[in-house]
Design a protein around this ligand. Structure first.
Ligand code: OAD
Length: 252
C-alpha cells in the first residue's frame, strides 16, 4: 500500500493537469449512503419507482418518501478528510477540477472552487410548474411533499433523475476536461453509470494516467486503470497529500 501512495504522490507531482472524477464512495464517511453494494440505497428502493422523472411526475409524494430522508442527511453532512484532501490538492495547485456524480455539495463545502456537478445537486429545488427555486433549508419535515408558493407539489431537487438528460454545460465541460487532463483520479465510483463512466475512457484515450481509489475493484480496474489504491477515500487521499508535502520539502 505505501508504495502505491508514494507512486500516486509522484505521479501527481509530475502531472501538468490532474483532475478527479468522484462518486458516492467519497461521501460515505460523511454519513451518506452509496447507491450500490452493501447498504446501498438501491437495495432498499427501486430507482425506477422513486428516482425516475416519470415516476416523480406521476406521484411526487411517493418519490418524496425517499427524498425527505436523503435531503435531511445532506443538510447536516460535513466534508470528511477525503473531500478536504482534494481541496488541499487544489490549493497546492495540483488539482485542476473535480467532476462529481454526487449531489451533496460537499466538495464545494470542503473548499474546491471548480466542481462540475454531473448529476446536478440536491441543495436546490425547483418547482416544475412555475420554475421557482428554493434552497434545501426551505424544505420542512412538517410538509412532505413540500408545496410551492404556486400550490404545486411538483417540487423536485435539482439533481438528475433517471430519464433526465445530463445538464449540457456539465457534460460539455466534463468531456473537455477529461480530454485535456494527463492524470485522472477516479475516486469512490462503481463506474457503471453512463455517461459519467465514459469520462475515464475519454481521458485514457487522450493518454492520461488513471488512478483509482476505492475499497473494491471496479470494471475499470482491470481495463483502463493504471493502478488501484485499495482503501477508503478518507484514509488514502490525506496520505497522498502528506506524501506530496514530504517529497516537496525534500526537493526545496
Ligand atoms: P455507487 O454507489 O454505484 O458506488 C460507490 C462506490 O464507492 C463503490 O465502488 C464502492 O466500492 C465505493 N466506496 C464505498 N465506500 C467507499 C469509501 N469509503 N471510499 C471510497 N470509495 C468507497 O456510486 P456512484 O458510482 O457514484 O446517479 O453511482 C453513480 C450514480 O448512480 C450516482 O450519481 C447516482 C446513482 O444512481 C443519479 O442519481 C443520477
Amino acid at each position: 500500500m505505501e508504495h502505491l501512495i508514494d507512486r500516486a504522490a509522484r505521479d501527481i507531482m509530475a502531472s501538468k493537469r490532474t483532475i478527479a472524477l468522484t462518486g458516492a464512495g467519497i461521501s460515505v464517511e460523511s454519513g451518506i449512503s452509496p447507491f450500490r453494494g452493501k447498504g446501498g440505497l438501491w437495495e432498499k428502493y427501486d430507482p425506477e419507482e422513486y428516482a425516475s422523472i416519470s415516476s416523480f411526475m406521476k406521484d411526487p409524494a411517493r418519490s418524496w418518501t425517499l427524498l425527505a430522508g436523503m435531503l435531511d442527511v445532506i443538510k447536516s453532512a460535513r466534508p470528511n478528510p477525503g473531500h478536504l484532501g482534494l481541496a488541499e490538492l487544489e490549493r497546492m495547485g495540483m488539482l485542476k477540477c473535480i467532476i462529481t456524480q454526487n449531489v451533496d455539495g460537499l466538495h464545494q463545502l470542503a473548499g474546491n472552487t471548480d466542481v462540475i456537478e454531473f448529476h446536478g445537486n440536491n441543495r436546490w429545488l425547483v418547482c416544475l410548474d412555475c420554475g421557482k427555486r428554493y434552497p434545501i433549508e426551505w424544505v420542512s419535515p412538517k410538509e412532505i411533499p413540500p408545496r410551492c408558493e404556486c400550490g404545486s407539489i411538483k417540487v423536485k431537487p435539482d439533481a438528475v433523475f433517471f430519464g433526465e438528460p445530463i445538464p449540457p454545460e456539465a457534460l460539455h465541460r466534463s468531456y473537455s476536461e477529461s480530454q485535456n487532463c494527463d492524470l485522472m483520479l477516479v475516486i469512490g465510483t462503481s463506474a457503471v453509470v453512463y455517461p459519467a463512466a465514459s469520462m475515464p475512457q475519454v481521458a485514457k484515450r487522450a493518454r492520461a494516467k488513471i488512478i483509482e481509489i476505492n475499497p473494491e475493484a471496479t470494471p475499470f480496474t482491470t481495463s483502463i486503470s493504471d493502478y488501484l489504491i485499495q482503501g477508503t477515500a478518507a484514509d488514502i487521499i490525506p496520505r497522498i497529500v502528506a506524501r506530496i508535502k514530504a517529497l516537496a520539502s525534500k526537493t526545496t
